[in-house]
Design a protein around this ligand. Structure first.
Ligand code: IMP
Ligand code: MG
Length: 171
């Protein structure tokens, strides 16, 4: 069994998600909102964040990938497109982690062309040391050091997404 150290425990994550949800609820008061969790990694954060937001809310998924193992390939592939139009809608992309920024730059560009009323980004994690393309994160959970993390939706070659906390694998 792999040896995993806890970086951010489940309670700390839950408190932060409640805080982000409350802020979003306040910022979008009186509006409808579309949350777009980016698959696969954001399915856990997206599910928790959706339940921390008290607004008329729709959820649609977008799938993309740029990683193999523990490094970005630099090429972003779409694996699933939205199921409905976001034209005229307030949209928040929900991401697990912004690493190089390549995936989010691609997504903001792609969804931006569909003429949403507004487009913002919520990311649970950010690794500022790895930035290649700077992206504005409107709702950020935690900035972390340049370590490969797993859990709470994040994987290593498909595994560990079901850990309830964010961990770091020891070699
Ligand atoms: P970026 O395009 O380099 O910003 O990478 C973004 C994507 O890479 C994220 O959505 C994750 O799926 C994946 N990723 C980046 N860093 C990590 C990590 O430390 N653990 C697991 N996945 C990661
Ligand atoms: Mg991802």
């Amino acid at each position: 069994m792999d040896n995993i150290d806890t970086l951010i425990d489940a309670e700390t994550i839950a408190a932060k998600v409640r805080e982000l949800g409350a802020q979003i609820t306040k910022d979008y008061a009186g509006e409808d909102l579309v949350l777009v969790p980016v698959l696969k990694g954001s399915f856990v954060f997206g599910a928790d964040l959706a339940r921390a937001i008290d607004l008329p809310l729709r959820v649609d998924f977008f799938g993309c990938r740029s990683y193999e193992g523990t490094s970005s390939t630099g090429v972003v592939q779409t694996t699933l497109d939205l199921s409905s139009s976001i034209e005229g809608k307030h949209v928040i992309i929900v991401e697990d982690i912004v690493d190089t920024g390549l995936t989010m730059a691609y997504m903001l560009d792609n969804l931006g062309t569909r003429r949403p009323a507004s487009l913002k980004l919520a990311s649970l994690l950010h690794k500022p040391a790895r930035t290649k393309v700077p992206v504005d994160i409107d709702y950020l959970g935690f900035s972390i050091e340049d370590k490969f993390v797993i859990g709470y939706g994040l994987d290593y070659d498909g595994l560990h997404r079901n850990l309830p906390y964010i961990g770091v694998m020891n070699a």
